[in-house]
Design a protein around this ligand. Structure first.
Ligand SMILES: [Zn+2]
Ligand SMILES: [Zn+2]
Length: 843
């Protein structure tokens, strides 16, 4: 709408773990496994499943009115996108940015695959910290005594006389994989013990005490048990000090054959209990305490992740992160809300290598082949023979890549890269990235890094992170909690516009959106009412405009009435505000501003003021000016509202009569966005209309207050507001008649009894009530009401004078009574004033 080329490529990723899990579960229900089908058969079964269900997201997007280019719909496993994946893998490998190695990775025992650090985020959990005594070898007695003498309180003697060390752990079962205990080399308490041996309980293994700089002497006792195969820090200690590495678990996180037989095949948590029980029996459990700590969970299935030594493929992230970090620091890439910049930079500064191999069958298979001769081939095209020995017996790596490895290429892979396609030329780089904060690292950061690596520039320069839809308690909507709202059901019941408006009007920068799933109707009622209001107002205007040709606004400028100039000025204001707020991602303010303009100004006032001029054939010039204004205002208002409520606006706009001599854009979605620079301004008209609106609002208020029957016509007096006010009011008599049933305006203070009000913008208003309402009846009513209030005032005041009550009642109750008293007093004073006006009257 602003004349710039734009493209929204719709698409989906193959959601490796999630999709494979679903299909495996379906197979299990049918009594089969993926192994029964074999790799090829299983992948085929997943394609079947995806073909049948994969369209759901696209269907939802369409129903919601997302204006994507549907012909360009992409899928991460499409041939072209897979080619991009292959190219990127090989390129990064050639740059030494991809490597294979044995490191501690996050293993999901439920999904049977490695996960990246981001996929195994720690969640604060209540756990326990157990203190365990490890008996020392007899030969370490002297060293232990020295340690004790040096002030070590984690060293002592067991009942049987053996010396021990105390270590702490949150995962006691891992002790079966301990291969050492580490201390800081300069920790005077333990220096004598370095080189001594420990008799690891339950096992016949002796493990050494080693010194390592990375042990924090301040943490716990300063003694650290080392389980190299199940902890990343321990793995590093082992690499530095040459400790043995012992994996003690299976893929299912059961204890494997390398632990003593009594623990073998036990689930890790059962093994934890068994180890604790055993230690307790041996007198080696020194104590336990409650302990809050971060426990990593699988982001797909929520199982507790097991850190585990494994041979995997990794991306070296530091060099890739450098330009992407720089881009944020220099402001080349900006974040809204702004605090995400710090979060992004912190992550990029501390980035760790990315484990990209997954032990799945669904996804992009790693393009690496192994030959029996030891050769490893990484290739863009599938190799047919070994380059070293000529053998054709090549075996491709069985693993697939992390789904995000392909998603991170989205900004250019969807355009056919590595080919230099016209789409790539036209649409890369883009401008704006809109997404949820929870995938800032998974996706946004990686896309920026890939942009720099392959194009030397970022794929977008603005990142807008929107809020999350939650329930009224702030919980995420989920199937298991049953607190979700199905967007398609809302669209069917209330329309996409209603849903969009409701959500956008709550989309304040940096806040989440809370929707009541228990009362969906109430939740979306304001959006539905607004969409209906737009439709009804539009239909009414179209009917009133009739079929006659409409003249362009610039030809009727000299005939514009006050209300025409006012609504054009208000439109200019609404348009400038909406544009500015859109550009700052203040979407809720856009929705709110346009709502108030359309409903509060256009419908409630302008349409009422202009009605007569559209239907009565009194003054042709005035009528044409009104028609041109109405068309111009509706046209622009519908353009402004289009991004928020596309369906109702597009339909109405297509029915709008078009001014003669100008060509109509093909569709609302490509009609020019209102130009803020040239929009209409008229402060004088605004001032005059505001005065008129205030007057009418006051008259309506007084009519209600004095119970003047709705249809009853009244005269009013205004004075003291200057000639401007008087002239404005006098020129709008027919509007006054229709909007407030005023049939006479007298420019003097008036006499007799009646209602009066002071106007904020200067001037006073008086409505004579003699002959309008039954004054005697009203006076009696007022006296009675005042009497009743006075009685209540006395009762309440007495209560508050009672020291006993004030001292004994809860503070809440007392303050409630005080509020009651002052509200009674206020109301009584008001009614007395009113009664005065009705009794004395003005002279
Ligand atoms: Zn899992
Ligand atoms: Zn070979």
């Amino acid at each position: 709408m602003q004349g710039r080329a734009s493209l929204w490529v719709p698409g989906t990723d193959h959601a490796g773990i999630a999709t494979q899990n679903v299909v495996e579960r379906r197979l299990a229900n049918a009594g089969s496994t993926k192994e029964d089908l074999g790799r090829e058969g299983f992948v085929e079964a997943i394609w079947d499943f995806v073909d049948k269900t994969g369209n759901q997201i696209i269907t939802q997007l369409k129903s919601l009115g997302a204006s994507c280019d549907w012909e360009r719909t992409r899928f991460t496993l499409d041939e072209n996108l897979s080619r991009a994946v292959r190219e990127v893998f090989v390129h990064l490998y050639e740059q030494d940015l991809i490597y294979r190695g044995e490191y501690i990775i996050n293993w999901c025992p439920r999904c049977h695959t490695a996960l990246s650090n981001e996929e195994a985020e720690g969640r604060d959990s209540e756990g326990k910290l157990w203190r365990i005594r490890y008996p020392l070898d007899d030969s370490a007695a002297e060293a232990a005594q020295a340690s004790l003498d040096a002030g070590a309180d984690a060293v002592g003697r067991l009942d049987d006389g053996r010396w021990y060390l105390t270590v702490s752990t949150t995962r006691p079962e891992t002790m079966l994989g301990d291969t050492g205990v580490a201390v800081h080399p300069e920790d005077a308490r333990y220096v004598s013990l370095v080189g001594s041996n420990i008799e690891l309980p339950f096992t016949d293994r002796r493990i050494p005490v080693v010194a390592d700089e990375h042990v924090d002497p301040e943490f716990g006792s300063g003694l650290v048990k080392v389980t190299p195969a199940h902890d990343p820090n321990d793995f590093e200690i082992a690499s530095r000090s040459g400790l043995e590495i012992l994996d003690v678990m299976t893929d299912d996180a059961k204890m494997n054959k390398s632990v003593p037989s009594e623990f073998q095949d036990m689930d890790r948590f059962d093994a934890r209990d068994a180890v604790l029980e055993g230690l307790s029996e041996l007198g080696l459990l020194a104590g336990e305490e409650e302990y809050m700590h971060a426990v990593p969970h699988c982001y797909r299935c929520d199982t507790v992740v097991e850190p585990r030594l494994s041979l995997q493929w990794f991306v070296k992230m530091k060099p890739l992160a450098e330009p992407a970090l720089q881009a944020s620091r220099e402001g080349t890439v900006t974040f809204t809300p702004g605090h995400w910049q710090g979060v992004y930079e912190h992550w990029m500064e501390n980035i760790r290598d990315w484990c990209i191999s997954r032990q799945l069958w669904w996804g992009h298979r790693i393009p690496v082949w192994y030959c029996g001769c030891g050769e490893q081939i990484v290739a863009r095209e599938d190799p047919t023979e070994c380059l070293a020995c000529g053998s054709t017996e090549l075996e491709q790596d069985p693993d697939v890549l992390d789904t995000w490895f392909s998603s991170q290429l989205w900004p250019f892979s969807v355009f056919g890269w590595p080919e230099k396609t016209p789409d790539l030329e036209a649409f890369y780089p883009g401008n704006t990235m809109v997404t949820a904060p929870e995938i800032l690292f998974f996706w946004v950061a990686r896309m920026i890094m890939m942009g720099y690596e392959f194009f030397g520039e970022p794929p977008f320069t603005e990142v807008y992170l929107h809020g999350t839809v939650r329930d009224m308690q702030g919980r995420k909507m989920s199937k298991s909690l049953g607190n979700g709202i199905d967007p398609l059901e809302v669209v069917n019941a209330y329309g996409a516009d209603a849903m969009r408006f409701t959500i956008i009007s709550q989309a304040a920068v940096g806040t989440d959106i809370n929707l009541d799933h228990e009362d969906v109707e109430a939740t979306f009622s304001n959006g539905r009412n607004f969409a209906n209001k737009i439709w009804n107002a539009g239909r009414f205007a179209l009917l009133s405009l009739g079929d006659a040709p409409v003249r362009p606004l610039n030809e009727v400028m000299s005939d514009l009435a006050l209300e025409d100039r006012w609504i054009l000025a208000r439109l200019g204001h609404a348009s400038r505000t909406a544009t500015r707020n859109l550009e700052r991602y203040r979407l809720h303010e856009v929705a709110d501003g346009l709502y108030h303009f359309f409903w509060g100004e256009l419908c409630d006032w302008y349409l009422e003021l202009v009605k007569d001029r559209l239907t009565l054939d009194t003054d042709a010039k005035s009528r044409e000016a009104a028609r041109s204004t109405l068309v111009a205002v509706l046209d622009e208002a519908l353009r402004l509202l289009h991004p928020i409520v596309p369906f109702v606006t597009a339909e109405l706009w297509s029915l709008l009569p078009w001014p003669e001599g100008s060509s109509r854009p093909e569709d609302l979605i490509i009609a020019p966005w209102p130009d803020s620079e040239s929009s209409f301004e008229d402060p004088m008209a605004e001032n005059q209309m505001e005065a008129l609106r205030e007057l009418i609002t006051e008259v309506r208020r007084l009519r209600k207050e004095y119970s003047i029957p709705e249809g009853k016509r009244i005269g009013i007096h205004i004075w003291g507001g200057g000639a401007d006010l008087t002239n404005t009011v006098m020129s709008q008599l027919s509007a006054l008649e229709r909007l407030a049933r005023i049939d006479r305006v007298v420019p003097d203070p008036g006499t007799g009894v009646g209602a009066n009000a002071v106007l904020n913008r200067g001037g006073e208003l008086f409505i004579p009530l003699e002959g309008i309402i039954d004054l005697d009846h009203e006076r009696t009513r007022l006296r009675k009401e005042i009497e009743r209030l006075r009685a209540q005032i006395v009762t309440t005041a007495k209560k508050l004078e009672n020291q006993n009550f004030v001292a004994k009642a809860p503070e809440e109750v007392v303050s409630k009574e005080r509020d009651k008293l002052s509200s009674f007093q206020e109301r009584a004073a008001k009614l007395e004033e009113k009664l005065d006006a009705l009794e004395v009257g003005r002279s």
